[in-house]
Design a protein around this ligand. Structure first.
Ligand SMILES: Cc1cc2nc3c(=O)[nH]c(=O)nc-3n(C[C@H](O)[C@H](O)[C@H](O)COP(=O)(O)OP(=O)(O)OC[C@H]3O[C@@H](n4cnc5c(N)ncnc54)[C@H](O)[C@@H]3O)c2cc1C
Ligand code: FES
Length: 268
């Protein structure tokens, strides 16, 4: 339960309320996280919250993309290079990325949900020859709230199909406007050979998963990342209980067959 000390070595402003922090271990590095796992980040004197790892770099540097929604996330977003933070983890079960077999990958992200999916995208690029089609469908509230836009060209150059949409846009915006589900038609050409990974607001995951199931995908091939408030991160406090699951231990990533009945359960 003791956090390790990490230093902010780089801070990148992504949008008006979201930053990416690169954290370097001040002593021993942590176990390298798998795509989709999260750390508990501690802003000293304020509090600790779960945040997904959005990339891992050499020398044990961990990147986290954080949206300021409350006291702790705001303090983390304001942390400047040199600030010391506490880090525990990695925790949870991440994405089950098929290691081989030429599967098609469909990655669907809404808003900050792209952060835990970025390691999957990077892994898919690194092992591009092991997959069939790899498509990334990204939704954001507005053009200014899109994440990692500077990387889309690299993703496309690596052979990924990258589609984007926004909920609303100012005049002059030439891109797609509408829900991320509107990007889906044509992306699943072979349901049995496709693995989908979804992360974003719960309503977005619910309708996307339903649409993919309607296109013939089996529920266990549709993975979603669940979100609940957390305290311990290790399955001991019960804070993240969702139906029969402790999200910190059995999740955050689960199959749609597990998540579907839980989507209706409200957090207390
Ligand atoms: C496994 C996991 C991974 C996560 N990964 C990330 C990540 O990579 N990046 C990131 O920015 N966040 C991530 N989160 C969400 C993050 O943990 C919460 O935003 C954070 O706990 C909020 O704490 P706070 O003290 O800043 O705000 P609080 O004071 O707890 O909340 C302030 C207000 O924001 C609302 N709120 C709380 N959480 C959210 C939320 N997630 N979205 C919208 N409104 C919210 C509350 O209802 C409240 O009204 C993750 C959560 C989980 C469970
Ligand atoms: S956060 Fe304590 S049991 Fe999950």
């Amino acid at each position: 339960m003791m956090p390790s000390l990490f230093r902010v070595v780089h801070r990148r402003v992504e949008t008006h309320d979201t930053v990416t922090l690169a954290l370097a271990p001040a002593s021993e590095p942590l176990t390298p996280p798998a795509p989709g796992q999260f750390h508990m980040l501690y802003a000293f004197g304020i509090g600790e919250i779960p945040v997904s790892v959005s990339a891992t770099e050499d020398a044990g540097i961990q990147l986290h993309t954080i949206r300021a929604v409350g006291a702790v996330s705001r303090a983390l977003c304001q942390a400047m290079p040199g600030t010391m933070l506490g880090v525990r983890g990695p925790f949870g079960k991440g994405w089950r990325v098929p290691a081989q077999g030429g599967k098609n990958l469909l990655i669907v992200a809404g808003g900050i949900g792209l952060a835990p999916l970025r390691p999957v995208i990077r892994e898919a690029i690194r092992r591009r020859e092991q997959y069939g089609n790899v498509a990334v469908a990204i939704g954001a509230r507005s053009p200014g709230e899109q994440l990692y836009t500077a990387e889309y060209r690299e993703w496309r150059d690596a052979g990924l199909k990258v589609l984007t949409t926004v909920d609303q846009a100012p005049g002059g915006w030439g891109g797609h406007v509408g829900l991320v589900t509107q990007l889906l038609p044509g992306l699943v050409t072979s349901p049995a050979a496709t693995v989908a990974m979804l992360c974003g607001p719960e309503a977005m995951m619910r309708v996307t998963a339903r649409a993919l199931a309607d296109q013939g995908m089996a529920a266990p091939s549709i993975q979603v990342s669940l979100e609940r408030n957390m305290q311990c991160g290790i399955g001991e406090c019960g804070h993240c209980q969702l139906g029969p699951l402790l999200v910190c231990r059995s999740g955050p990533v689960t199959g749609y067959e597990v998540a579907e009945p839980l989507f209706a359960v409200k957090e207390l």
